[in-house]
Write a new protein. Structure first.
Length: 281
């Protein structure tokens, strides 16, 4: 699970798998789909139920190249069901590998905040939260209280237009529309997607492009780094990832001496001819 198609990171590390849904953004959870598809196999013997994968804990100790590491892409480190004792084991490894930068994303920022008061977060621990709609905006003020060198927000899947936000103390923002085969359903696509399907092609919905543009401009106002991951469709980059004729790969920090992300999938996308959206401007 080290190599990844998640283009804002370089490796995934899953010392825990499993989760439960907490908000509307979870409805078509890719992690649940994968885990249940392979339930009973070696990687997911219990499907999407909680599994401590202690055999994976020490993996980062083996990685020689300083890397961006997304922690628990197949879970949520701050799920209530995960014990602080096991969280401590994860944070121990993060502390022991200062050459790496660890991206920890949760939909449970109150639990992250509580833990950060119990144990000081390492300097290479990035505290992130997912916000998908107006209702989940309450998570923004909670993540601001977490003492971490990097605090970030993933607006993915963005399923509703958001107002301008106070991004004080937020160092990085990721945006993205929902993806998955469920978007072939026109009703679901209209309700949750940021894309249309026209002339046998996935395209950004011209009525929703401004949702992302507004967030980008909001980031500019506060000096927050901006990364637009995708518009979405039947697969993540089905409709490309260009906004106003540009791709946005900004990062708040890189591990070691790097100045760009070393992600083979991202490199392949950058080599492809990008879809332009001038017709929507």
């Amino acid at each position: 699970m080290e190599k990844t198609g998640i283009i804002w990171t370089e490796k995934t590390w899953n010392p825990v798998t499993g989760c439960v849904k907490v908000s509307k953004g979870c409805k078509f959870c890719y992690a649940e789909t994968i885990a249940n598809k392979y339930k009973g196999h070696k990687a997911f013997p219990v499907g999407f139920d909680l599994q401590y994968r202690e055999h994976k804990l020490k993996d980062p100790l083996k990685w020689k190249e300083p890397s961006l590491v997304f922690v628990n892409s197949m879970s949520d480190m701050f799920w209530d069901k995960i014990s602080d004792d096991y969280r401590n084991k994860i944070v121990d490894i993060i502390e022991q590998t200062p050459q790496h930068e660890y991206q920890v994303l949760t939909k449970r920022p109150a639990n992250m905040l509580k833990y950060s008061k119990y144990r000081k977060l390492p300097f290479n621990f990035w505290a992130g939260v997912t916000i998908e709609n107006v209702k989940s905006l309450e998570r923004l003020e909670i993540i601001k209280k977490v003492k971490s060198e990097i605090r970030f927000i993933s607006f993915e899947p963005l399923i509703e237009e958001l107002p301008n936000m106070d991004l004080t103390g937020i160092h990085w923002v990721i945006t993205g529309g929902e993806s998955g085969t469920h978007l072939w359903d026109q009703i679901i696509r209209k309700e949750r997607g940021m894309v249309i399907y026209e002339d046998k092609k996935w395209k950004p919905d011209p009525n929703k492009i401004h949702w992302i543009r507004k967030i980008r401009d909001n980031c500019r106002e506060y000096g927050t780094k901006f990364f637009h991951k995708q518009w979405g469709g039947s697969y993540p980059e089905a409709a490309g990832r260009m906004l106003d004729g540009e791709t946005y790969n900004e990062m708040p920090k890189y591990p070691g001496m790097k100045t760009e992300i070393n992600n083979e999938y991202l490199k392949s996308l950058e080599k492809q001819k990008e879809i332009t959206f001038e017709m929507f401007q």
